[in-house]
Design a binder for this molecule. Structure first.
Ligand SMILES: Cc1cc2nc3c(=O)[nH]c(=O)nc-3n(C[C@H](O)[C@H](O)[C@H](O)COP(=O)(O)OP(=O)(O)OC[C@H]3O[C@@H](n4cnc5c(N)ncnc54)[C@H](O)[C@@H]3O)c2cc1C
Length: 410
């Protein structure tokens, strides 16, 4: 079959490989080119050990404190306040106990597929050296917060995820670059990170081209399904295929809506600063708990980033946030390069209020498969999503129950 994949981000490219493995003739379409979207500059964690949805009582408890600080870990741009309200209402509903338990079960299920799928894909493409398996630290500056977070770590342990608890001196031994502000940490030995998210997305693209997967630069404005799938483009004629995969990240909503699927997709904008060539500060990724940002020792340099800004797809970035994050990070490292030596970036997490991606057939036609909305975990879950997409296209049973991922669940 000829399969058209919309989106050359990490999810679209991983799907393209899985479909090519099944013998399909695959074309990847992107309006800009590979790694042009959110997959370009994320934090690079393969965070399969995380099983907490963003919508949780833990997060909601912190919201008032966060919103008091206009440059803090969570903000709503005032121009976007009324637009985001329905999404926020859904987020609150998704954090009710019954819903929350179901979301955790579904996240745990897809996360359990993530590393095996990445391991297989990396081996197949010969890029195993791009995956670093040195674990990750969740560092604390506050004993009370550690005590309150402990039940979450215990839940991870019950899910079979290894966690070690480190005091300040043990953290210092592992990460001499961190300052005395860190009073302890939870260590997830099985977490991993990639060499650089941009480079690994490009590696998937280059290897896709090498195995005969085509690439077309086109801006898709609509998907038609009758009599057969056709992609209508802004500035060229239609592209025809036997089946379509929609993996356009945070920009997928109008294309799904055109097929009758009203998916509550919005974006959590995230910010970071990267210091090219700076590689001595950390050995493994660190999440600074209660401060809303992480740091990753990428092969290309140190990256510090995170935060959630609800501001849609069109507003310009506000890099005062990046500066505020950097200022806070200065207290957590023994030394950091000056802000002006870094490169700033803002990206659009494709986010669904229940923290679960949309993976499933469109309402209108089984010839269209959706794979978007991975929020904070698109890199982590991309290889597993690709395998599931291939199962859906082939009408094979996927390895996990997809009810909670259905585009029609809302
Ligand atoms: C600050 C930050 C840190 C993050 N850290 C992590 C992390 O450590 N680990 C992790 O797992 N995840 C992380 N994420 C999330 C992760 O980056 C995303 O979930 C993931 O990149 C989404 O990939 P995607 O392929 O779905 O979308 P994208 O990478 O955005 O790709 C979508 C592509 O579709 C194309 N496109 C859109 N519309 C059209 C159209 N109409 N026609 C043609 N092409 C179109 C775009 O040009 C783009 O190339 C982070 C995100 C941010 C913002």
């Amino acid at each position: 079959m000829k399969i058209a994949v919309i989106g050359a981000g990490i999810v679209g490219l991983a799907s393209a490989h899985a479909l090519a493995d099944d013998g399909h003739d695959v074309v990847v379409i992107d309006r800009e080119g590979p790694a042009a979207g959110t997959s370009r500059g994320n934090a690079g964690w393969l965070a399969h050990t995380d099983i907490d949805p963003i919508a949780s009582p833990k997060m909601l408890r912190q919201v008032p404190k966060f919103l008091m600080d206009p440059l803090g870990p969570l903000t709503i741009r005032k121009e976007y306040f009324f637009t985001i309200l329905p999404w926020l209402a859904r987020l609150i509903l998704a954090s009710r106990p019954g819903q929350l338990d179901q979301s955790i079960a579904a996240i745990t299920a897809i996360q359990s597929l993530a590393m095996p799928a990445w391991t297989k894909l990396a081996k197949q493409l010969g890029i195993e050296q791009s995956i670093h398996r040195r674990g990750a630290l969740f560092a604390f500056t506050d004993t009370d917060l550690f005590r309150r977070t402990l039940p979450h770590f215990k839940r991870q342990e019950r899910a079979g995820i290894s966690v070690d608890y480190l005091d300040a001196s043990e953290v210092r031994q592992m990460e001499p670059g961190l300052s005395d502000a860190i009073i302890g940490a939870s260590f997830f030995p099985d977490a991993a990170h990639v060499s650089d998210p941009h480079l690994i997305t490009l590696a998937l693209y280059e290897s896709a081209r090498a195995r005969g997967i085509d690439h077309i630069k086109a801006d898709i404005v609509a998907i038609e399904t009758e009599p057969n799938p056709a992609l209508l483009c802004k500035d060229r004629g239609p592209i025809y295929a036997d089946a379509v995969v929609l993996a356009a990240g945070a920009w997928s909503k109008p294309l799904a809506a055109g097929l009758g699927d009203r998916v509550p997709l919005d974006t959590e904008r995230g910010y970071n600063i990267s210091f090219p060539g700076v590689t001595r500060h950390l050995n493994r990724p660190v999440s600074f708990q209660g401060h809303g940002f992480v740091s990753t020792p990428l092969d290309t340099g140190l990256r510090i980033g995170g935060a959630v800004e609800l501001g849609g797809l069109k507003l310009p970035p506000n890099h005062d946030r990046t500066r505020a994050m950097y200022q806070k990070a200065l207290g957590f490292f023994r030394d950091l390069p000056a802000f002006d030596q870094g490169t700033v970036w803002m990206g659009h997490r494709p986010s669904i209020p229940d923290s679960l991606p949309v993976i499933g057939h469109s309402r209108r036609s089984r010839k269209v498969v959706y794979a978007f909305g991975h929020g904070h975990y698109g890199l982590t879950q991309s290889a597993a999503t690709g395998r599931i997409v291939a199962d859906l296209v082939a009408e094979r049973a996927p390895p996990i129950d997809l009810t909670r991922f259905s585009p029609q669940r809302f």
